[in-house]
Design a protein around this ligand. Structure first.
Ligand code: FS2
Ligand code: SF4
Length: 537
């Protein structure tokens, strides 16, 4: 295997024996064979007026290959078989004669698919710059695919997003120059903005605009179900089915922002958030005592002690865990087995007490825009620092906690994603009633931060987003962060600091393109970075 798609790539170069994430070499090969198949679908779909079902499938299958989403060989193989079937349908419809292996191969067995993945993996492209650009493109698409699937689940789709996915995936099979690939990457940034806007519309039209909310981080006395991942519709179904059963529902990690939506506030058994970012789950799932439902990434290798009470659903998967089937059209998923199990479990063991505050998505921030503008004009707020993104295991990530602690009192942190767990329990105070950490939501809600920045630009009458008193100090881990980064580049944001390390998939030449054109920089030491951030350097 060779995989370097996430920030935890072994030795900062790539995982070769087994993923640091726990992905096995067979699962890695199957995921490579799946991506290979999706390229074949795309080569036919890019020139046909393809039905939405093909775009849906490509989105879901790419989503399954995101870091920590699906470790289940059998499920990935099923997706390959389904992909080959869909590709052959398109081949017949288009009548085109495409010679690429990805457009024609037919797996005879799982072993055959593994062999295919091994011969068409990342390293099959020998030129390191072309490899780097192609993979950057694919990882951005994986992030977009996850957002597109979340929107689809709520009934929102846009064929332009699917069409871009086909064009860009197909582009990775062609003999394109570095400049042509860079142009495709920029178009992918544009598509990331479109997709995040669609998901924002899907979430807020379905569940209302997030509002400032205090979330309890302690526990109650009743048994509970812990729901993790990013899928809000799964949460809605679970809340409906647990209503009046005596079972409480707690969010974990990226599901925390669900508490900010008006629609979910009406459930009396929706009691709080348990634990921290994804990578601490092996300890926190143990002490939760009840069933855990993993709706998307991020799963870490599952311990025996809670294996029998952990479930996956949607595109998430893990060998040996029960998988809750998809809903039938217009219906709900059936969580009765999870609820029945919860009733037999003790209540969660308390690991923290208190409250955290969030809900500062764009509509809520706009509602207090006057106050914010006043504070900036009066000099009470000197700088906004976007510290969104992901959390992860690396010790160096304490940098983000220390930056939050060391930023002066007149700096406000804008956040989204699980990166917030590095500083959202620090009680950093407020500026005239505006909290110094404004949490917009999940990584899926990063769009809110772009909307807020563009709105501030308008309010202050500026012609360039980079003239705002705004800096970006982003923590990245997986491929949704890559999509968000491409979106920021498309929006013209310059000078983003990225950490804890730069992506392993950027070759020195590709990294140089990003530095020269967008002034992207690696994080440095806390003291130096805080000083530079405060003067916009
Ligand atoms: Fe965090 Fe993990 Fe949200 Fe990422 S829960 S790092 O894949 O999706 O952000
Ligand atoms: Fe390694 Fe990350 Fe790939 Fe997992 S997803 S195999 S940790 S690079």
């Amino acid at each position: 295997m060779f995989c370097f798609q996430c920030q935890e790539a072994a030795k900062g170069t790539g995982c070769t024996v087994k993923g640091v994430c726990g992905k096995t070499d067979t699962c890695a090969a199957l995921q490579d064979a799946l991506v290979h198949t999706l390229k074949g679908i795309s080569l036919y779909a890019e020139n046909t007026n393809a039905d939405k079902k093909y775009g849906r499938f490509v989105s879901q299958a790419l989503f399954a290959t995101i870091t920590n989403a699906n470790f289940d060989d059998a499920r990935i193989y099923e997706l390959i078989l389904e992909g080959v079937k869909l590709r052959n349908e398109l081949k017949a419809i288009s009548g085109a004669n495409v010679t690429c292996d990805c457009a024609n191969w037919i797996p005879s067995s799982m072993a055959d698919a593994i062999a295919k993945g091994n011969s068409f993996g990342v390293l099959s492209q020998e030129n390191e710059d072309i490899r780097s650009l192609r993979e950057l493109l694919i990882y951005g698409l994986k992030g977009i695919a996850a957002y597109a699937d979340h929107a689809y689940v709520l009934g929102y789709e846009d064929t332009a997003i699917y069409n871009h996915m086909f064009k860009a995936l197909a582009a990775t099979t062609k003999d394109l120059s570095a400049d042509e690939l860079v142009a495709m990457i920029m178009k992918t940034g544009e598509s990331a903005v479109t997709t995040m806007a669609l998901l924002d519309k899907a979430n807020t039209s379905t569940y209302g605009n997030p509002e400032v909310t205090e979330v309890n981080i302690g526990v109650g006395a009743r048994p509970g179900i812990l729901i993790s991942g990013h899928d809000l519709r799964d949460l809605k179904d679970l809340l409906e089915q647990t209503k009046g059963t005596g079972v409480d529902v707690y969010t974990h990690s990226e599901m925390l922002p669900a508490h900010y939506y008006p629609e979910f506030k009406k459930y009396e058994n929706f009691v709080g958030n348990y634990g921290n970012a994804w990578w601490k789950q092996d300890k926190e799932f143990e002490s939760f005592n009840g069933p855990i439902l993993m709706t998307t990434n991020c799963i870490v290798p599952v311990r025996e002690s809670y294996k029998n009470r952990m479930f996956t659903t949607g595109m998430a998967g893990y060998p040996g865990l029960k998988h809750i089937a998809d809903r039938k059209e217009g219906g709900q998923k059936d969580f009765s087995e999870v609820i029945a199990l919860a009733k037999t479990c003790p209540a969660p063991t308390q690991i923290e007490t208190g409250k955290i505050v969030g809900g500062f998505a764009h509509a809520q921030v706009m509602a207090v825009a006057d106050k914010v503008v006043e504070a900036v004009k009066a000099g009470a707020i000197k700088r906004f620092v976007v510290m969104a993104g992901c959390d992860g295991r690396h010790k160096e990530r304490s940098y983000f906690t220390e930056v939050a602690e060391n930023l002066p009192q007149d700096a406000v942190i804008l956040t989204a994603g699980c990166a917030k767990y590095r500083y959202n329990k620090l009680n950093l105070g407020d500026i005239g009633g505006i909290p110094r950490v404004l949490d917009a939501g999940q990584c899926n809600d990063s769009y809110s931060l772009a909307v807020i920045a563009l709105k501030l630009k308008e309010v202050f009458g500026l012609d360039d987003i980079n003239k705002l008193p705004l800096s970006f100090d982003i923590a990245w881990y997986e491929q949704k962060a890559v999509a968000v980064l491409l979106a920021l580049l498309f929006l013209g944001v310059k000078g983003v600091r990225l950490g804890p390390t730069l992506p392993a998939f950027l070759s020195p030449n590709v990294a140089k393109v990003l530095v020269d054109n967008f002034d992207i920089k690696p994080i440095g030491d806390v003291e130096g970075d805080v000083a530079k951030i405060m003067v916009g350097a």
